[in-house]
Design a protein around this ligand. Structure first.
Ligand code: ATP
Ligand code: CA
Ligand code: CA
Length: 406
């Protein structure tokens, strides 16, 4: 399976930017790692602006470097320090991932927004350049985000590890967020989907020959239903409900469920008419919640070292092919019992999923987009709708593409 993205080598147009980012992270994470104290409300203050100079010769606070001088800003560094701890990311490992040998890989603009995306060599983290308005949204929601992720360990919303800004002397500001790469898994991803629950324009517009396992497909490209055992299915619907409520309260819309699929038997792409042994074992074990930790860690698949199962990570499911695409549109929310016509083909898959792109509020540009697109299409089918409707539609869609084991 090919690794997405191209390494940002010396000479690449964004090489200096990446180097500044790495230098900034190394020094700022290093600095905050040694401070151990409880969070205070002032740590969330959006107006606390601390710029640090990074001269090439180094300073009292920064190491010398071989790049041009730049200025660096950390947003709410203490909060992100605590978030990294909550998400169990060790400061040294984090610096190693971000700054270690091999550099970062630039992904070829996966979104429409013009943001740039970088992957660390170890695939653990994604760095995304964001607009000023997105940083504003994140910093504004940070207190409730912090509360939410502390309260719900199974939350599917993006895990954020830091927000920073780099400004070269005489150059433009570039703002970054660092987040978890949902597809960092020992199971290679064979198919990926970015799902919003809307239908207007939600199909990849690429010729067949250009589609491979790094292509992100959309709502209308999906013709699978994912069957989870009833314990995980219930957990998923509960968590999506909590997460959507949080996003709705923060006034957010335009987010997606990003889903990565690993076909367990991809070598032969063998079709199973009945349910496989693997799936039966999982179904049996999942009946005992107290065994969850053990079965999460057990070596069940292909005999390799397994990562633990969490909601949205390394989840074994049966992917069943549906016969008609419109089936998703005809049925009401399934609640696990929907009558989607299945095509009979089904596969053991391992799923990685989470909610991404959660920094868009329903601002004037999205309201205009809604008004404009409403002239061409059914207003409920377009992505840009108000956060309440967005959340309802998103949850309904999830309840259709996931099903409870019969
Ligand atoms: P737009 O606003 O046009 O949807 P965007 O520039 O805001 O695009 P995102 O929607 O955040 O971009 O992400 C675009 C793509 O990048 C996703 O569909 C996914 O393929 C990949 N991606 C984004 N975040 C992650 C993540 N945390 N883990 C793995 N892949 C990601
Ligand atoms: Ca998006
Ligand atoms: Ca976006």
């Amino acid at each position: 399976v090919k690794k997405p993205g191209d390494t940002v080598w010396k000479g690449h147009k964004n090489y200096d930017l990446m180097l500044s980012l790495q230098l900034g992270i190394r020094d700022s994470v290093g600095k905050h790692a040694s401070v151990c104290r409880e969070l205070r409300s002032s740590d969330f203050d959006p107006n606390e602006k601390i710029w640090t100079k990074f001269p090439a010769e180094g300073s009292k606070f920064t190491h010398p470097h071989q790049s041009a001088e730049f200025r660096w800003k950390d947003y709410c560094p203490m909060v992100f320090r605590h978030l990294r701890e909550l998400f169990q990311v060790d400061p040294t490992d984090y610096i190693m991932s971000m700054c270690g040998h091999g550099g970062l890989r630039e992904l070829s603009s996966p979104g429409k927004s013009g943001s740039l995306f970088y992957l660390t060599q170890d695939d653990k983290f994604i760095i995304k350049t964001v607009k000023k308005s997105e940083v504003k949204v994140l910093i504004k929601m940070l207190p409730s985000y912090y509360q939410h992720v502390c309260r719900y360990q199974n939350s599917l919303v993006t895990k954020f590890f830091g927000v920073h800004c780099v400004k070269p002397i005489g150059g433009q500001k570039t703002r970054f967020i660092v987040m978890w790469n949902l597809f960092c898994s020992e199971y290679p991803i064979h198919e990926r989907y970015d799902l919003k629950g809307s239908s207007h324009g939600r199909k990849i517009d690429k010729p067949e020959c250009e589609i491979d396992e790094t292509t992100t497909k959309k709502d209308l490209d999906l013709n699978l239903v994912f069957r989870l055992n009833k314990y995980w299915f219930r957990e998923l619907l509960k968590q999506i409900d909590f997460d959507c409520k949080f996003l709705e309260d923060a006034g957010i819309m335009d987010y997606s469920l990003l889903v990565g699929l690993h076909f367990c038997d991809n070598s032969t792409n063998q079709l199973h008419s009945g349910k496989s042994e693997l799936y039966q074992i999982e179904k049996f074990l999942s009946g005992f919640h107290f065994l969850e930790a053990e079965f999460g860690n057990s070596n069940r698949i292909n005999g390799c070292q397994k990562q633990p199962i969490r909601l949205g990570a390394n989840m074994l499911a049966r992917a069943e092919r549906i016969t008609t695409r419109s089936a998703f549109n005809q049925c009401g929310p399934g609640g696990g019992n929907h009558s989607i016509p299945f095509g009979g083909e089904s596969y053991d898959v391992i799923l990685q999923f989470g909610i991404i792109d959660i920094l868009q509020d329903y601002d004037i540009s999205k309201k205009l987009e809604h008004a404009y697109k409403s002239l061409q299409a059914d207003p409920t089918s377009i992505s840009a709708v108000d956060p309440k409707l967005y959340s309802r539609r998103f949850q309904d869609f999830i309840a259709k593409i996931f099903a409870k084991d019969a």
